[in-house]
Design a protein around this ligand. Sequence first.
Ligand code: MBD
Ligand code: FE
Length: 260
Amino acid sequence: MQKELTKKNERVEEVFHLFIKHIQGFLDEAKLNHEEYTNFVNWADRLGRSGEFPLYADVFLETHVLKAMYTEKPGTQPSLLGPYFIEGSPLIEAEPGKPLVLTQRPDEAGEVLYFKGNVSNVDGKKLANTRVEMWHNDASQKYSAFDSDAPRYNFRGHFYTDENGDFEVKSIVPLPYSIPTDGPTGEFLEYTDQHPMRPAHLHLMFEAEGHETLITQVFFEGDEYLETDVADGVRLDLLTKLIDKGSHKEASLNFVMRTV
Ligand code: MBD
Ligand code: FE
């Protein structure tokens, strides 16, 4: 116990040392004058007070952590958790002969999507009974519990894969998402001349015993923001096709989890 505590403190110490060293290096390189320094501090203060720091971090920093950790590994590439995951989503259970239906209002706007997936591991084993958490935005392009006025768990839910590691869920096709532009994150985007858009995406999280939890996203071929995603979350193996079935769309992707 005592030993573990010491180890943790050492790690925090190491990280904070590096943080201050590199932020000082940034000041050296940018050669900020005192007025610029004050402007920077004021912007950072607005960012913190606005509550947008998690948004800012997930848009501009999280991809860097993921690429550094996972790019060289086998299995499905992780993507951003993002700022819009919340705990406590409802369990979605299948009624006999019917697909799973992601939590939604009876009169929900949007194009119907049937999304199919299979979960296996890097040894090729199908992963039955894997917990799948799914969340995405609605037809107003917003997320429940954040910028949408939909009920808290709208388009949020979890379910389990069947005996073959398969699942199929009925939802709507997600839409490209504009991160908020009216706060300090938007200010930053304006100064750096970037648009605020993310391509349409599904958020998925897979949990199976003996495996690394896989947090990832699914994107759709042809989306106009794939190459310029403001949060740089797109990975080639996370792309799928939206197939037009007339009355609805279909898409599918297979997911491969890493063993621990
Ligand atoms: C999102 O919807 C998102 O998924 C991320 C990573 C950042 C901002 C908004
Ligand atoms: Fe998102």
